[in-house]
Design a protein around this ligand. Structure first.
Ligand SMILES: *Cc1c(COP(=O)(O)O)cnc(C)c1O
Length: 388
């Protein structure tokens, strides 16, 4: 089997499974309980918070646990929009955000907020001049992702942070789910107020994540109850998952330089192989420094992505059509469409995403199988094209 769908989810580190099993067996207390078992669980949670804060060079109080990337994004965006509504009614995001950001803004729009969706260029990047023009005295939040989950395009978050520095009324949120462990992530240095993370994209458990919330930024909670996480996120902490996530974050941030170097080698092998198949089209930027190294995205124009996904599966190779959360539907990709791709390209995208576990031989094997499949599938497509 060749798993190349790491951007959808990643297998857990053995060390993470080990530590979580230990916590589930031996430290099952509720962190809010007053007795010894509760105290023990509470200490595990606060030690995990410190581990994560160290990895991000921030204060433990700036880390709030959530149920994952989706909740972190909802909490940051809805929480800021409603908390600061009295300052202004205008929000800015990009047209290529993950569904958990995009749909949250759509909902806020329905609820009366004014939202600007920044366009992107053909490589999938927003333009700073568009952002500058969109900013008004009413703008209370800008939300732009660090690494796009579909094509891997890196957004200019450092420059956005710098642009917003002298606008204290405007908060800056970044969805960094696809960035941590792949690129250096440093919210303080980059002028970020809110930053979302999920554990399962970096080989931690599913259903757990966290939000970096800069000291001084207040959010309206989404959940009310026992007042955990300083009142921001009520509900008994998922102690084993929190501990597992902290271990995964520490390991992923430690191995980030070798991850980046290794996956960059895989990327050049893969893109070289794909370029040799004339029927295929690489999506996104050609410049390696523009894209996170763990994602390669291409289209087989005219061939629905689902067909190629299942054909590859027959060879034990697992890839995605786009983000796992929106696949299934045969609609053109919102991200590729925003990049100006024509519909034949936007319905035929394939995302490869990989990690330290894959080798250059794996990349070569993938390219061989792909070449063979394109040859096999081509005749079926030629028939269709004639009818167009
Ligand atoms: C996966 C992903 C999310 C959602 O995270 P979940 O933990 O699956 O809810 C959000 N943003 C990006 C960029 C992602 O890749």
């Amino acid at each position: 089997m060749l798993y190349m769908d790491y951007a959808a989810t990643a297998p857990m580190y053995d060390e993470v499974i080990g530590v979580m099993t230990e916590v589930m067996k031996s430290h099952f207390g509720n962190p809010s309980s007053l007795h010894k078992l509760g105290l023990e669980a509470e200490q595990l949670v606060s030690r995990s918070r410190e581990t994560i804060a160290n990895a991000l060079c921030c204060d433990p109080n700036e880390i709030r646990f959530t149920s994952g990337g989706t909740e972190s994004n909802n909490l940051a965006i809805r929480g800021a929009a409603y908390r600061y509504r009295s300052r202004g009614n205008h929000l800015i995001t990009s047209s290529i955000e993950h569904a958990s950001v995009y749909e949250t803004f759509r909902k806020l729009e329905e609820e009366g907020f004014q939202v600007t969706y920044l366009p992107v260029d053909a490589t999938g990047q927003i333009r700073l001049s568009d952002l500058e023009q969109a900013l008004t005295n009413e703008t209370i939040l800008v939300s732009v992702m660090h690494v796009n989950n579909e094509v891997g395009r890196i957004q200019p978050i450092e420059a956005i942070g710098a642009m917003l520095r002298d606008r204290p009324k405007t908060l800056f949120h970044v969805d960094a789910v696809q960035a941590i462990g792949k690129l250096p992530v440093d919210p303080k240095r980059h002028g970020i107020d809110l930053m979302s993370f999920a554990a399962h994209k970096l080989r931690g458990p599913k259903g757990i994540g966290f939000l970096y919330c800069r000291r001084g930024v207040e959010l309206q909670p989404l959940l009310f109850g026992g007042g955990q996480e300083e009142g921001l996120r009520s509900g008994t902490e998922n102690v084993p998952a929190v501990v597992g996530m902290a271990k995964a974050v520490r390991m992923a941030v430690q191995e980030q330089p070798s991850f980046a170097a290794h996956t960059a080698r895989l990327r050049s092998r893969l893109t070289e192989g794909i370029r040799q198949i004339p029927e295929l089209l690489l999506n996104g930027s050609n410049r390696p420094e523009d894209t996170a190294p763990h994602i390669v995205h291409f289209s087989f124009p005219g061939m629905k992505s689902e067909v190629l996904v299942h054909a590859l599966e027959q060879h034990g190779i697992y890839v995605s059509t786009r983000s796992a959360c929106s696949s299934g539907a045969e609609k053109p990709s919102r991200v590729l469409s925003a990049m100006g791709a024509d519909p034949a390209v936007a319905v035929s995208g394939i995302r490869l995403s990989y990690s330290l576990q894959q080798t250059e031989d794996d990349a070569d094997r993938f390219c061989r199988v792909l070449k063979q499949l394109v040859e096999e599938l081509k005749p079926a497509m030629a028939g269709k094209n004639e009818r167009r």
